[in-house]
Design a protein around this ligand. Structure first.
Ligand code: SF4
Length: 433
């Protein structure tokens, strides 16, 4: 953990201001540089604006968290797990966060979040169980080997503890929504990955951020967007907007709101991933409850309406689950959904109709993700042959698709496997009786 050196610019230039307030110490990670400087000036205790900006830069660039003028309160790292993959060591880490947003034990809630609500409705919902004294965020550093053998990490962040969306294949769904994370708690995961955990490959930097950990990011819209503002702040983490991906279950209201944001200068290159996972409404409604309210035709329209800038495309995720969505006719239906008017396949296959969709081909990459079994999963992982056969059928219809390599499955760090099985909505409900 880096500490402020006595001769550092921060210590030499901040001799006069008074120490930071505890409130600012826990909130600063969720602030942009300008917001932090404004807060310092408003408080009148932290020196002039240039000094505040310098402290902020030192925090994110050098990982200094014990400056007397900007001490930072971070959720402690409570566990790390590693597992090997062909591209390097996967590292999952968990941080302890309070049961409620403000750290106090709130009065007993009268409702539990059990279904998709309004955007952002998850923030601040206190769901308590007497025996649960803290919650955990989960984050994963995934090693990548790029062109010219360049090594880097993709950091998978959680936006909530648990999730209300109820996807049948997902471990996090088994928890239900416990609560949404604040922007500061989201950035704390980045900060820990960048400065606090020992990365298995110290030479590899964090090149990409994906909101694909616990939670539905668009259910915590305002805090996730604020986290993106911080991550891309050039006086802070300074990550490029096109290195950040928000992944959604397909919340149409959230996608429309995000599309408006992406039209703003500076946001054009934000990446969007859609968790599709099914070739037709019957299958999707079976494994993803949101599809009953927001069916695939509407989702397709949202995808074709998405504002594309700078040659970007969508990432369309398809978790391949044996016996659920991996049959030959499923691949044909998925190709028809993807290609729209350009689909040139059969009208039916193996007795199953292949529905037609009016409209342009989707501008996206279909990312085939072999299912990673959750705890007590009714399904196994697909075989290599099944995954390849599904891919081959898509390619035969000239669908742009790739296969995601499985990483972290044995430590429950892979896609769809995050979450603490002991902090479930069921356990919480029992504690409220
Ligand atoms: S897949 Fe994503 S949206 Fe669905 S339950 Fe899991 S975390 Fe929530």
């Amino acid at each position: 953990m880096p500490h402020e050196h006595p001769a550092s610019p921060t210590s030499t230039t901040t001799a006069s201001p008074a120490p930071a307030s505890p409130a600012l110490a826990s909130a600063v990670l969720g602030m942009t540089a300008d917001q932090y400087a404004d807060a310092c000036i408003a408080a009148g205790t932290h020196g002039a604006r240039p000094l505040a900006l310098e402290r902020y830069a030192n925090l994110f660039r050098r990982g200094i968290i014990d400056s007397p003028h900007l001490p930072v309160t971070l959720p402690p790292i409570v566990r790390t797990h590693t597992s090997e993959s062909p591209e390097g060591t996967v590292l999952k880490f968990t941080q302890s966060v309070p049961v409620t947003v403000d750290g106090t034990r709130a009065p007993r809630p009268t409702t539990l979040a059990s279904a998709p609500g309004e955007i952002g409705s998850g923030l601040g919902l206190p769901v308590l169980q007497p025996s649960i004294t803290s919650l955990e965020t989960e984050s994963v550093l995934i090693p990548m080997v790029g062109r010219k053998q360049m090594r880097s990490y993709t950091l998978c962040l959680s936006s909530q503890v648990g999730c209300a969306m109820g996807c049948g294949f997902c471990q996090t769904a088994q928890m239900g929504l416990v609560r949404s994370l604040t922007a500061a708690e989201i950035i704390s995961q980045y900060f820990a990955a960048a400065h606090l955990v020992t990365r298995p490959d110290p030479a590899a930097t964090i090149a990409n951020i994906v909101f694909m950990g616990m939670g539905e990011p668009l259910d915590n819209y305002d805090q996730v967007l604020q986290a993106v503002r911080v991550l891309t702040d050039r006086r802070g983490p300074s990550l490029a907007m096109n290195k950040i991906t928000i992944s959604t279950v397909g919340r149409l209201d959230g996608i429309a709101r995000l599309a408006e944001q992406v039209r703003h200068e500076g946001w054009h290159r934000l990446s969007l991933a859609i968790s599709l996972n099914a070739p037709n409404d019957a299958v999707r409604s079976q494994i993803m409850p949101i599809n009953r309210a927001m069916p695939m035709a509407d989702l397709r329209r949202a995808m074709t309406d998405w504002p594309f800038y700078c040659g970007k495309h969508l990432c369309i995720e398809y978790v391949l689950i044996p016996g659920i969505n991996d049959a030959p006719h499923h691949a044909e239906q998925l190709a028809a959904y993807y290609k729209g008017d350009d689909y040139d396949g059969p009208a039916e296959l193996d007795g199953h109709p292949i529905p037609r969709y009016a409209g342009p081909q989707l501008r996206g990459l279909i990312n085939i993700i072999p299912y990673n079994p959750r705890h007590n999963s009714p399904w196994l992982a697909p075989t290599e042959e099944a995954a390849e056969a599904f891919m081959d059928r898509l390619k035969a219809r000239t669908v742009y698709c790739k296969r995601r390599r499985t990483k972290g499955r044995d430590t429950m760090a892979a896609c769809g496997q995050l979450g603490n099985p002991e902090v479930t909505r069921k356990a919480v409900a029992a504690s409220l009786r």
